[in-house]
Design a protein around this ligand. Structure first.
Ligand SMILES: Cc1ncc(COP(=O)(O)O)c(C=O)c1O
Length: 409
Protein backbone atom coordinates (compact mmCIF):
# COMPACT_ATOMS: atom_id res chain seq x y z
CA UNK A 1 0.00 0.00 0.00
CA UNK A 2 1.43 3.41 -0.93
CA UNK A 3 1.10 6.40 1.40
CA UNK A 4 0.10 9.79 0.04
CA UNK A 5 2.99 12.08 -0.82
CA UNK A 6 3.45 14.82 1.80
CA UNK A 7 3.62 18.21 0.09
CA UNK A 8 3.53 20.15 3.37
CA UNK A 9 7.30 20.60 3.86
CA UNK A 10 7.54 22.00 0.34
CA UNK A 11 5.03 24.83 0.86
CA UNK A 12 6.61 28.28 1.19
CA UNK A 13 5.86 30.28 4.32
CA UNK A 14 3.32 33.06 4.09
CA UNK A 15 0.68 31.16 2.13
CA UNK A 16 -2.89 31.98 3.14
CA UNK A 17 -4.70 29.45 5.36
CA UNK A 18 -6.02 26.47 3.38
CA UNK A 19 -9.48 26.80 1.86
CA UNK A 20 -12.37 25.11 3.61
CA UNK A 21 -13.94 22.29 1.61
CA UNK A 22 -17.37 23.13 0.20
CA UNK A 23 -20.02 20.94 1.76
CA UNK A 24 -23.09 22.28 0.00
CA UNK A 25 -25.21 25.40 0.36
CA UNK A 26 -26.98 26.20 3.62
CA UNK A 27 -30.78 25.94 3.59
CA UNK A 28 -31.22 29.71 4.03
CA UNK A 29 -28.30 31.40 2.34
CA UNK A 30 -28.03 35.15 2.87
CA UNK A 31 -24.29 35.25 2.14
CA UNK A 32 -22.18 36.11 -0.86
CA UNK A 33 -23.05 38.15 -3.91
CA UNK A 34 -25.21 35.54 -5.61
CA UNK A 35 -27.91 36.49 -8.06
CA UNK A 36 -31.56 35.52 -8.47
CA UNK A 37 -31.59 32.33 -10.59
CA UNK A 38 -35.16 33.04 -11.79
CA UNK A 39 -34.00 36.33 -13.32
CA UNK A 40 -31.09 34.82 -15.23
CA UNK A 41 -31.83 35.43 -18.95
CA UNK A 42 -31.06 31.82 -19.76
CA UNK A 43 -32.89 31.45 -23.08
CA UNK A 44 -31.28 34.61 -24.38
CA UNK A 45 -27.82 33.46 -23.30
CA UNK A 46 -28.31 30.04 -24.93
CA UNK A 47 -29.41 31.64 -28.21
CA UNK A 48 -26.52 34.13 -28.07
CA UNK A 49 -23.93 31.40 -27.45
CA UNK A 50 -25.33 29.34 -30.30
CA UNK A 51 -25.32 32.25 -32.74
CA UNK A 52 -21.88 33.60 -31.90
CA UNK A 53 -20.19 30.20 -31.84
CA UNK A 54 -21.69 29.21 -35.17
CA UNK A 55 -20.56 32.49 -36.69
CA UNK A 56 -17.14 32.99 -35.09
CA UNK A 57 -16.34 29.83 -33.17
CA UNK A 58 -13.22 29.04 -35.18
CA UNK A 59 -11.49 32.09 -33.71
CA UNK A 60 -11.29 30.05 -30.46
CA UNK A 61 -8.23 28.42 -32.05
CA UNK A 62 -6.28 31.63 -31.29
CA UNK A 63 -5.39 32.97 -27.81
CA UNK A 64 -7.36 36.21 -27.50
CA UNK A 65 -9.65 35.25 -30.41
CA UNK A 66 -9.22 37.77 -33.22
CA UNK A 67 -9.30 40.61 -30.68
CA UNK A 68 -5.90 40.58 -28.96
CA UNK A 69 -5.11 40.44 -25.27
CA UNK A 70 -7.54 43.11 -24.01
CA UNK A 71 -10.62 40.95 -24.54
CA UNK A 72 -13.26 40.20 -27.18
CA UNK A 73 -13.61 43.42 -29.16
CA UNK A 74 -17.43 43.39 -29.61
CA UNK A 75 -17.77 43.10 -25.81
CA UNK A 76 -15.48 46.09 -25.32
CA UNK A 77 -17.48 47.96 -27.96
CA UNK A 78 -20.72 47.13 -26.13
CA UNK A 79 -19.13 48.46 -22.94
CA UNK A 80 -18.12 51.72 -24.66
CA UNK A 81 -21.80 52.30 -25.56
CA UNK A 82 -23.17 51.15 -22.21
CA UNK A 83 -20.72 53.15 -20.11
CA UNK A 84 -21.48 56.27 -22.15
CA UNK A 85 -25.26 55.81 -21.88
CA UNK A 86 -25.47 54.77 -18.23
CA UNK A 87 -22.47 56.33 -16.52
CA UNK A 88 -21.47 59.20 -18.82
CA UNK A 89 -18.03 57.68 -19.39
CA UNK A 90 -16.38 58.62 -22.67
CA UNK A 91 -13.79 55.98 -23.45
CA UNK A 92 -12.63 53.87 -26.38
CA UNK A 93 -12.43 50.09 -26.65
CA UNK A 94 -8.66 50.45 -26.33
CA UNK A 95 -9.07 51.87 -22.82
CA UNK A 96 -10.92 48.75 -21.64
CA UNK A 97 -9.37 45.54 -20.38
CA UNK A 98 -11.71 42.57 -19.93
CA UNK A 99 -10.86 40.58 -16.79
CA UNK A 100 -11.84 37.31 -15.13
CA UNK A 101 -14.46 38.91 -12.90
CA UNK A 102 -13.80 42.26 -11.29
CA UNK A 103 -11.85 40.38 -8.61
CA UNK A 104 -9.07 40.06 -11.15
CA UNK A 105 -9.49 43.75 -11.86
CA UNK A 106 -8.88 44.42 -8.15
CA UNK A 107 -5.77 42.23 -8.28
CA UNK A 108 -4.41 44.01 -11.35
CA UNK A 109 -4.98 47.52 -10.05
CA UNK A 110 -3.46 46.56 -6.70
CA UNK A 111 -0.67 44.70 -8.46
CA UNK A 112 0.57 47.76 -10.32
CA UNK A 113 0.03 50.32 -7.58
CA UNK A 114 0.63 48.74 -4.21
CA UNK A 115 3.52 47.50 -2.18
CA UNK A 116 3.81 46.48 1.50
CA UNK A 117 3.27 49.32 4.02
CA UNK A 118 1.54 51.54 1.47
CA UNK A 119 -1.55 53.45 2.60
CA UNK A 120 -4.93 53.49 0.89
CA UNK A 121 -8.20 55.18 1.80
CA UNK A 122 -11.35 53.07 1.69
CA UNK A 123 -14.93 53.22 2.91
CA UNK A 124 -15.10 52.07 6.53
CA UNK A 125 -17.72 49.43 5.77
CA UNK A 126 -16.56 47.85 2.57
CA UNK A 127 -16.43 44.79 0.33
CA UNK A 128 -14.67 41.92 2.11
CA UNK A 129 -12.83 40.89 -1.08
CA UNK A 130 -11.22 44.31 -1.24
CA UNK A 131 -10.34 44.42 2.46
CA UNK A 132 -8.81 40.92 2.37
CA UNK A 133 -6.70 41.73 -0.66
CA UNK A 134 -5.29 44.83 1.01
CA UNK A 135 -4.65 42.96 4.27
CA UNK A 136 -2.77 40.24 2.39
CA UNK A 137 -0.57 42.82 0.69
CA UNK A 138 0.31 44.39 4.06
CA UNK A 139 -1.30 47.68 3.07
CA UNK A 140 -2.44 50.18 5.68
CA UNK A 141 -6.17 50.98 5.30
CA UNK A 142 -7.72 54.25 6.47
CA UNK A 143 -11.49 53.69 6.79
CA UNK A 144 -13.75 56.67 6.11
CA UNK A 145 -17.20 56.56 7.78
CA UNK A 146 -20.31 56.51 5.62
CA UNK A 147 -23.75 58.00 6.04
CA UNK A 148 -26.91 57.43 3.99
CA UNK A 149 -25.24 59.26 1.07
CA UNK A 150 -22.04 57.21 1.09
CA UNK A 151 -18.53 58.27 2.04
CA UNK A 152 -18.46 61.38 4.25
CA UNK A 153 -16.45 64.12 2.59
CA UNK A 154 -15.62 65.93 5.86
CA UNK A 155 -13.99 62.74 7.12
CA UNK A 156 -12.20 62.16 3.80
CA UNK A 157 -10.86 65.70 3.85
CA UNK A 158 -9.64 65.29 7.44
CA UNK A 159 -7.98 61.96 6.64
CA UNK A 160 -6.17 63.41 3.61
CA UNK A 161 -5.00 66.41 5.66
CA UNK A 162 -3.80 64.10 8.41
CA UNK A 163 -1.83 61.98 5.94
CA UNK A 164 -0.31 65.10 4.43
CA UNK A 165 0.83 66.26 7.90
CA UNK A 166 2.49 62.88 8.33
CA UNK A 167 4.17 63.07 4.92
CA UNK A 168 2.18 60.13 3.54
CA UNK A 169 0.67 60.08 0.05
CA UNK A 170 -2.15 57.53 -0.17
CA UNK A 171 -1.96 55.29 -3.23
CA UNK A 172 -5.68 55.63 -3.95
CA UNK A 173 -9.13 56.35 -2.60
CA UNK A 174 -11.13 53.15 -3.14
CA UNK A 175 -14.87 53.69 -3.35
CA UNK A 176 -18.02 51.80 -4.36
CA UNK A 177 -20.01 54.97 -5.01
CA UNK A 178 -23.03 53.59 -6.88
CA UNK A 179 -24.87 51.16 -4.58
CA UNK A 180 -22.21 50.69 -1.96
CA UNK A 181 -21.40 47.24 -0.62
CA UNK A 182 -22.60 46.63 2.08
CA UNK A 183 -24.64 49.79 2.86
CA UNK A 184 -26.50 50.23 -0.46
CA UNK A 185 -25.94 54.01 -0.53
CA UNK A 186 -25.35 56.09 -3.66
CA UNK A 187 -22.86 58.95 -3.53
CA UNK A 188 -24.68 62.05 -4.86
CA UNK A 189 -23.17 64.06 -7.71
CA UNK A 190 -22.21 66.96 -5.43
CA UNK A 191 -20.21 64.63 -3.19
CA UNK A 192 -18.59 63.07 -6.24
CA UNK A 193 -17.44 66.54 -7.31
CA UNK A 194 -16.09 67.14 -3.79
CA UNK A 195 -14.25 63.83 -3.77
CA UNK A 196 -12.64 64.62 -7.13
CA UNK A 197 -11.59 68.04 -5.84
CA UNK A 198 -10.02 66.56 -2.71
CA UNK A 199 -8.32 63.81 -4.72
CA UNK A 200 -6.83 66.35 -7.12
CA UNK A 201 -5.71 68.67 -4.35
CA UNK A 202 -3.84 65.83 -2.65
CA UNK A 203 -2.53 64.13 -5.78
CA UNK A 204 -4.30 60.87 -4.94
CA UNK A 205 -6.10 58.88 -7.66
CA UNK A 206 -9.56 57.40 -7.21
CA UNK A 207 -10.29 53.70 -7.65
CA UNK A 208 -13.99 53.47 -8.53
CA UNK A 209 -15.65 50.06 -8.19
CA UNK A 210 -19.05 50.19 -9.94
CA UNK A 211 -19.94 46.54 -9.37
CA UNK A 212 -23.63 47.18 -8.52
CA UNK A 213 -24.22 50.28 -10.62
CA UNK A 214 -26.72 48.53 -12.92
CA UNK A 215 -29.00 47.64 -10.02
CA UNK A 216 -30.37 51.06 -9.03
CA UNK A 217 -34.13 50.87 -8.27
CA UNK A 218 -35.07 54.11 -10.03
CA UNK A 219 -32.46 53.68 -12.80
CA UNK A 220 -31.18 57.19 -12.14
CA UNK A 221 -27.58 57.08 -11.17
CA UNK A 222 -25.17 60.02 -10.98
CA UNK A 223 -22.37 60.11 -13.56
CA UNK A 224 -19.39 57.93 -12.73
CA UNK A 225 -16.43 59.59 -11.02
CA UNK A 226 -14.47 58.52 -14.09
CA UNK A 227 -16.87 60.56 -16.26
CA UNK A 228 -16.64 63.62 -14.01
CA UNK A 229 -12.86 63.68 -13.67
CA UNK A 230 -11.06 66.35 -15.65
CA UNK A 231 -7.60 64.90 -15.08
CA UNK A 232 -7.97 61.19 -15.92
CA UNK A 233 -7.18 60.33 -12.28
CA UNK A 234 -9.89 57.67 -11.91
CA UNK A 235 -9.51 53.94 -12.53
CA UNK A 236 -12.97 52.46 -13.06
CA UNK A 237 -13.90 48.79 -12.74
CA UNK A 238 -17.16 46.98 -13.36
CA UNK A 239 -18.64 43.52 -13.65
CA UNK A 240 -21.28 41.41 -15.37
CA UNK A 241 -21.64 39.34 -12.19
CA UNK A 242 -24.52 41.33 -10.74
CA UNK A 243 -26.29 42.30 -13.96
CA UNK A 244 -26.11 38.90 -15.69
CA UNK A 245 -24.42 36.09 -13.70
CA UNK A 246 -21.45 35.80 -11.31
CA UNK A 247 -20.37 32.35 -12.49
CA UNK A 248 -19.49 33.76 -15.92
CA UNK A 249 -16.51 35.55 -14.34
CA UNK A 250 -16.43 38.56 -16.60
CA UNK A 251 -15.41 42.01 -15.39
CA UNK A 252 -13.50 44.95 -16.83
CA UNK A 253 -11.19 47.88 -16.15
CA UNK A 254 -11.44 51.31 -17.74
CA UNK A 255 -8.20 53.24 -17.41
CA UNK A 256 -5.80 55.34 -19.43
CA UNK A 257 -3.50 53.21 -21.59
CA UNK A 258 -0.49 54.29 -19.50
CA UNK A 259 -2.01 52.35 -16.57
CA UNK A 260 -3.80 49.65 -18.57
CA UNK A 261 -0.55 48.70 -20.30
CA UNK A 262 1.06 48.07 -16.89
CA UNK A 263 -1.88 45.93 -15.83
CA UNK A 264 -1.88 43.98 -19.06
CA UNK A 265 1.78 43.21 -18.45
CA UNK A 266 0.94 41.45 -15.15
CA UNK A 267 -2.26 39.77 -16.39
CA UNK A 268 -0.54 36.45 -16.77
CA UNK A 269 -3.46 34.21 -17.83
CA UNK A 270 -3.20 34.70 -21.61
CA UNK A 271 -6.74 36.07 -21.73
CA UNK A 272 -9.99 35.66 -19.80
CA UNK A 273 -12.57 32.99 -20.73
CA UNK A 274 -13.51 33.62 -24.37
CA UNK A 275 -16.87 31.85 -24.73
CA UNK A 276 -18.30 33.88 -21.85
CA UNK A 277 -17.15 37.12 -23.46
CA UNK A 278 -18.56 36.15 -26.86
CA UNK A 279 -21.88 35.07 -25.39
CA UNK A 280 -22.18 38.25 -23.30
CA UNK A 281 -21.42 40.55 -26.23
CA UNK A 282 -23.96 38.74 -28.42
CA UNK A 283 -26.63 38.83 -25.70
CA UNK A 284 -26.00 42.26 -24.24
CA UNK A 285 -25.84 44.41 -27.38
CA UNK A 286 -29.55 43.86 -28.16
CA UNK A 287 -30.95 42.79 -24.76
CA UNK A 288 -29.05 44.30 -21.80
CA UNK A 289 -31.16 47.47 -21.57
CA UNK A 290 -34.45 45.52 -21.40
CA UNK A 291 -33.09 42.85 -19.03
CA UNK A 292 -32.04 45.29 -16.28
CA UNK A 293 -35.51 46.66 -15.32
CA UNK A 294 -36.86 43.11 -15.13
CA UNK A 295 -34.01 42.04 -12.89
CA UNK A 296 -34.28 45.04 -10.57
CA UNK A 297 -38.08 44.67 -10.29
CA UNK A 298 -37.56 41.15 -8.98
CA UNK A 299 -34.76 42.18 -6.63
CA UNK A 300 -36.79 45.08 -5.25
CA UNK A 301 -39.65 42.68 -4.39
CA UNK A 302 -37.23 40.43 -2.53
CA UNK A 303 -35.86 43.39 -0.60
CA UNK A 304 -39.43 44.22 0.45
CA UNK A 305 -39.95 40.64 1.63
CA UNK A 306 -36.71 40.79 3.62
CA UNK A 307 -37.55 44.13 5.25
CA UNK A 308 -41.06 42.88 6.12
CA UNK A 309 -39.66 39.67 7.59
CA UNK A 310 -37.11 41.60 9.68
CA UNK A 311 -39.77 44.03 10.92
CA UNK A 312 -42.05 41.15 11.86
CA UNK A 313 -39.40 38.91 13.47
CA UNK A 314 -36.97 41.44 14.95
CA UNK A 315 -39.13 44.58 15.30
CA UNK A 316 -37.03 47.51 16.50
CA UNK A 317 -34.12 45.17 17.26
CA UNK A 318 -33.16 45.26 13.57
CA UNK A 319 -32.31 48.71 12.23
CA UNK A 320 -31.48 49.37 8.61
CA UNK A 321 -31.36 52.07 5.97
CA UNK A 322 -33.31 51.06 2.86
CA UNK A 323 -30.72 50.48 0.10
CA UNK A 324 -31.11 52.39 -3.18
CA UNK A 325 -30.46 49.25 -5.21
CA UNK A 326 -28.34 46.12 -5.25
CA UNK A 327 -28.66 42.81 -3.49
CA UNK A 328 -27.69 43.50 0.15
CA UNK A 329 -29.22 44.84 3.32
CA UNK A 330 -26.82 46.07 6.04
CA UNK A 331 -28.55 45.43 9.35
CA UNK A 332 -27.74 46.76 12.83
CA UNK A 333 -28.75 44.51 15.72
CA UNK A 334 -28.68 45.58 19.39
CA UNK A 335 -25.20 46.28 20.81
CA UNK A 336 -25.33 43.09 22.88
CA UNK A 337 -25.22 40.97 19.71
CA UNK A 338 -21.85 39.93 18.33
CA UNK A 339 -22.56 38.77 14.80
CA UNK A 340 -19.28 36.80 14.65
CA UNK A 341 -20.67 34.79 17.58
CA UNK A 342 -24.12 34.59 15.99
CA UNK A 343 -22.68 33.15 12.78
CA UNK A 344 -22.01 29.54 13.93
CA UNK A 345 -25.26 28.82 15.81
CA UNK A 346 -27.21 30.42 12.94
CA UNK A 347 -25.40 28.22 10.44
CA UNK A 348 -26.10 25.15 12.58
CA UNK A 349 -29.81 26.07 12.25
CA UNK A 350 -29.39 26.37 8.46
CA UNK A 351 -29.05 30.17 8.19
CA UNK A 352 -25.90 31.68 6.69
CA UNK A 353 -25.20 35.39 7.30
CA UNK A 354 -22.19 37.61 6.67
CA UNK A 355 -21.01 38.96 10.06
CA UNK A 356 -20.36 42.72 10.03
CA UNK A 357 -16.69 42.69 11.13
CA UNK A 358 -15.77 40.83 7.94
CA UNK A 359 -17.17 43.75 5.91
CA UNK A 360 -15.61 46.63 7.77
CA UNK A 361 -12.25 48.02 8.85
CA UNK A 362 -13.87 49.34 12.06
CA UNK A 363 -14.48 46.19 14.09
CA UNK A 364 -16.25 47.78 17.14
CA UNK A 365 -18.64 49.67 14.81
CA UNK A 366 -19.50 46.55 12.80
CA UNK A 367 -19.62 44.03 15.70
CA UNK A 368 -23.41 44.05 15.93
CA UNK A 369 -24.01 44.46 12.22
CA UNK A 370 -24.58 41.85 9.52
CA UNK A 371 -24.94 41.82 5.76
CA UNK A 372 -27.84 39.91 4.23
CA UNK A 373 -27.99 39.08 0.50
CA UNK A 374 -31.63 38.91 -0.59
CA UNK A 375 -31.09 38.08 -4.28
CA UNK A 376 -30.61 34.34 -4.27
CA UNK A 377 -33.00 32.97 -1.58
CA UNK A 378 -36.66 32.62 -2.62
CA UNK A 379 -39.35 34.76 -0.94
CA UNK A 380 -40.33 31.76 1.16
CA UNK A 381 -36.73 31.08 2.15
CA UNK A 382 -36.29 34.74 3.11
CA UNK A 383 -39.33 34.57 5.45
CA UNK A 384 -38.41 31.22 7.01
CA UNK A 385 -34.70 32.05 7.21
CA UNK A 386 -35.29 35.32 9.05
CA UNK A 387 -37.74 33.63 11.46
CA UNK A 388 -35.08 30.99 12.22
CA UNK A 389 -32.39 33.66 12.61
CA UNK A 390 -34.56 35.57 15.09
CA UNK A 391 -35.07 32.38 17.13
CA UNK A 392 -31.32 31.68 17.22
CA UNK A 393 -30.50 35.30 18.05
CA UNK A 394 -33.03 35.27 20.90
CA UNK A 395 -31.62 32.01 22.25
CA UNK A 396 -27.98 33.21 22.08
CA UNK A 397 -28.30 36.91 22.96
CA UNK A 398 -31.78 37.39 24.46
CA UNK A 399 -32.91 39.60 21.55
CA UNK A 400 -35.30 40.17 19.83
CA UNK A 401 -37.63 39.99 22.81
CA UNK A 402 -40.83 40.24 20.75
CA UNK A 403 -42.21 38.73 17.59
CA UNK A 404 -45.04 40.55 15.76
CA UNK A 405 -45.47 42.63 18.91
CA UNK A 406 -45.97 39.57 21.08
CA UNK A 407 -43.40 38.75 23.78
CA UNK A 408 -41.27 35.71 22.96
CA UNK A 409 -41.75 32.74 25.21
C1 LIG B 1 -17.77 45.76 -4.59
C2 LIG B 1 -17.38 44.52 -5.30
N1 LIG B 1 -16.36 44.56 -6.16
C3 LIG B 1 -15.97 43.44 -6.84
C4 LIG B 1 -16.60 42.25 -6.65
C5 LIG B 1 -16.11 41.05 -7.41
O1 LIG B 1 -17.07 40.56 -8.25
P1 LIG B 1 -16.77 39.71 -9.57
O2 LIG B 1 -15.36 39.22 -9.50
O3 LIG B 1 -17.75 38.60 -9.54
O4 LIG B 1 -16.95 40.66 -10.71
C6 LIG B 1 -17.68 42.15 -5.76
C7 LIG B 1 -18.37 40.87 -5.55
O5 LIG B 1 -19.28 40.69 -4.81
C8 LIG B 1 -18.07 43.32 -5.07
O6 LIG B 1 -19.06 43.29 -4.18
Amino acid sequence: MSTAFDFTPLLPTGLPAPAIKWTGSPKYNFTGGNNDSDELPLDGLVAAADAVLKREGRTLATYGLASGPQGYRPLREFLVQKLKRDAGIACTADEILVTSGSLQALNLVNGVLLTRDDTVIIEQDCYQGSINRLTRRGVNMIGIPLDRDGMRMDALSAALDDLKRRGIRAKYIYTIPTVQNPTGSILPETRRAEMLKLAEAHGVPIFEDDCYADLVWNHQRPPALHAMSKSANVIHIGSFSKSIAPALRVGYIVAPWAMLSRMLAIKSDAGSGAVEQMMLAEYCAPHFAEHIPELTRGLRKKLNTLMEALNEQFGTAAEFEEPKGGIFLWVKLPDSVDTLQLYQPALAAGVAINPGPEWSVNKPHSRSRMRLCFASPTHDEIRKGIATLAEVCHREFGVPTRISNVKRG
